[in-house]
Design a protein around this ligand. Sequence first.
Ligand code: OOG
Ligand code: MG
Length: 262
Amino acid sequence: MNLNQQTIAQLAEHLENAELQAHEVIKITEAHPDMDWDDAYAIQYEILRRKLARGAKVVGLKAGLTSHGKMKQMGVSTPVFGWLVDYFSVPDGGEIKHSELIHPKVEPEIVFVTKKALKGPGCHIGGVLAATDFVMPGIEIIDSRYKDFKFDLKSVIADNCSSTRFVLGGQATPVAGLDLRTLGVVMEKNGEPVAIGAGAAVLGHPAAAIAALANHLGARGEEIPAGTMILSGGVTEAIAVAPGDHVTLRIQSLGTVSTRFI
Ligand code: OOG
Ligand code: MG
């Protein structure tokens, strides 16, 4: 770690205020070029600590930058991990106030819910599939707090990987008999398909994103508890949305989930 505790606390407050007040900030590595990976996750965890102290609850975890489409769009090559809290959750078909966000984008995601704990190192897709209760479709809404949605990996990790809202729906489906790699994914905006892909876009197999998360947490001495909801990462590049836009995600065998921006 290169940053002291006071700087970590300051940067966490700065980024969380940008989220809560919906304004952009300059990416934090500009002022702190010596920041390392541990510093970045320490800032992310300090933002979570602030939220928990105010009564928020963790309701899920996420992997991000796990598909080629996302890595190319953002100019990076390593997955990142973050957490999801209660007020991020939007009911299927529900409305999202665009004015509460900065420059939101939507992502089509395959969502896992575990029935057994997963602990790295050494976690692999076999272990993930054995520990999965069911999968379902989810729309993730991301909203980087950084100017023009431009960042480097350390800045985006500190910003809890741009997390802001998510919508779960469709059919909770057990993985036995499903080939998650070949599941077709179609996301529509206002009735037009705007993002099309298949599960294999996520690290070759979406369960690999969950294994990567378990291995990341394992290195910190933590695990993915049983009963955890996890977003495995955008299958395609993220799509910008405006007030009035209606977004529907259809995933083969898993059903449909939708939301509307007002
Ligand atoms: C970082 C978050 C990426 C995903 O699914 O790839 C993410 C970003 O692109 O702003 O959630
Ligand atoms: Mg995502």
